[in-house]
Design a protein around this ligand. Sequence first.
Ligand code: 26W
Length: 829
Amino acid sequence: MKKNDDSIFFTDLIDESCSTLERDFLTTIEYSRVKDRTTARSRDIFLSLSNALRDRLIRDWLRTQHVYRGSKTKRLYYLSMEFLMGRLLDNMLMNLDCYDEARELVKKTGFDLDKLRDLEPDMGLGNGGLGRLASCFLDSMATLSLPAYGYGIRYEYGIFRQDIQNGYQVEVPDNWLKYTCPWEICRPDLEYRVRFGGRVVCLPKGNQEYSYKLIETEDVIALAYDVPIPGYDTETVNNLRLWQAKSTNEFNFNYFNSGDYLAAVNDKNLSENISKVLYPNDNVYAGKVLRLKQQYFFVSATLQDIIRHHKKIHGKENFSNFADKVVIQLNDTHPSIAIPELMRIFIDEEGLGWIEAWEITRRTFAYTNHTVLPEAVEKWDVEIMGSLLPRQLQIIYEINRRFINEVRDFHNFGLNRVGDVSIIEESGGKFVRMANLAIVGSYSVNGVSALHTEILKNTIFRDFNEIYPGKFNNKTNGITPRRWLLQANPYLSKLITSKIGKGWTLDLDELRGLEKYVDDPDFCAAWVEAKLNAKRDLKSYAMEHWGFDLNLDSMFDVHIKRMHEYKRQLLNVLHTITLYNRIKRNPNGDFVPRTKIFGGKAAPGYYASKQIIKLINSVASVVNSDPDVNKKLNVFFFPNYSVSMAEKVIPASELSEQISTAGFEASGTGNMKFMLNGAMTIGTLDGANVEMLEEVGAENIFIFGMKADEVAEAKVTGYNPRRIYETDPELREVLDMINGDFFNRDEPHIFSQLFNALVDYGDNYMLLADYRSYIEMQDRVDAVYRDKAAWTRMSILNTARSGKFSSDRTIREYAEEIWHIKPVKVEKD
Ligand code: 26W
């Protein structure tokens, strides 16, 4: 085909031997990207390939929906304000099983598939754990062929990009849609009207009954964008539907008529602000009106969509089977306004009576709690809610009135306890407690690790657990092994598959098969080599992107997650400075070389967290430039931690820092990703670490520190951090260096507040209490690391025993124990 090879046109490369993927790909470069072989750039290739891949999914996608409709089966709707999807190219290639084909056809156009990857912006529509969990769940639900739907918001700006300037975090907008998103499909025919504000009018229906109507509302349109979610090794393609806000047109007529064109356009912008930006708070509640608008906006559109489906399949007036056909999982309280909203639809729009509407509603919802931090608990000011959602607020009051009566009469609660469980908080201002609403309005409430669920039942929701025995249950979190091992760590996954076959990708417990090779020297050598390869990749990446020079002979000691005081990055800094001092005192001593890697975003308004980022960078610049130390210790803060960065860092990690104050981390999921990739954990008995210890055995994990009940006890009896400061000289030296500007000679005093918070203001997260046991455990880590064989053995056992933490296991438990839904097989074309 000499002639074709000389042509400038991509479509001249098409001949009879081309697959449909290749045809679509070449056609897209030419017809959609409008490029020829002399003008196409790598982004054109990436976008065209991605579009072609998405189109390959469409038949399976349509067929999956057709099969679900035909089966009339019960469906799960997963409502989440956040989906932290990351990149999708590898995921799509893997699930379409067309890696090699794609590599070849990209090569034919003169490009390299491996160089296209980094062009894809992360789909960063989430903050951290909760959003990433939702994304792992979507993968498992599709892989298990479950009739499940994700619903969320299509934020125009996802989680901000973090730049580091002079050691400080600087937030930059995340314009992820700049070059369009090749995976989504806009559905202009799928729109719903969402109504805000207005007044409730009450119309008598006769015999003392009334109907309620909302009038004079300000409306916004929700427009659907769909992202296909293919399962692994199955024909199932599920759907993630994200809503974007669009202005209604009539809403601007008054301005147009009065000739004020600019005001009209301005109004349009205002209503479209609803889906503009993700709130960057993780575990801190801010109480902003726009956030409540976002919540109601996506809930209202989603419920309209769910009801439309239900009517289409089960008939217009039939709600008696609603709860047998629909289950709605609330990902934390953020979508819990759905409870009064469904009541409103049933009563005001569908004409049901209260009792029947409530019976259906409370059999439809299930709620997952993801945090016990008091500052993260959502409570909306009654005045804000009343002006934005007047009818829903009325309904909440009525739900509460009936609930309170029940608690008083049947459970014999006195006034104080009634006040505690009430949906309305009345101390000071009035607030709607969203968690209480979610508990009362759901048939299931689950925590995300065994310890977390016990804390819910025995402390913050103790009264509710008494009122509703059996409603509380545990579903320990999990992660998808496809993204977090198969895709992220080709070295390790190839080695594993060569030994035990590829069954582990769908049944992670099969990793147990690796245990019999722990004493096989060839296998151990190959394991070490695989880990080293990942370290080499990370080394080149860090050099290329930030000029960081990672020492391959050092232990990669990694602490990546959102920056938060309870996660105790600062405790890790105390260890880092301790090491620095020890090396300084004894420069020729025999130390295990370490590379401390940190990464994570701080909420823009979270001052203490941002100071800790600055401190890490200040310590890094002193340590890394000190010739006495920098052969043995290095410190790096990787800017802009994200899902795609995690995929690069975790495979290369050897030590995983999971050191939250016991009782504060609901589960953690990063901890599981490290374990799966053969890193050892140093951690407290918090969240899912407790279950990791159970699985891997105490000899294969480094557990230290106070336990959750001891922390809780100390909070009551009081605790004196200054005494610890005064009695531990090594700690005292470290703290005095922070306070004495040792790391910040040019910017004096900037860390004195961090020091004071620890030593004089109560050390809320008990760093000083855990310091000594942490240091001792870190010393043990060093000792084991020196024994390469022992370390390798532990590493293999960590991977081999991580099977429990597959999100497939988690989702099976949800499906069987909460959702009561069954797989629906989609057959091949
Ligand atoms: C209203 C502000 C706000 C924003 C986000 C409050 C709370 C949140 C999330 C619920 C915080 C979160 O992501 N929690 C994390 O959820 C993970 C998944 O279950 C757990 O693994 C983490 O331990 C938990 O911190």
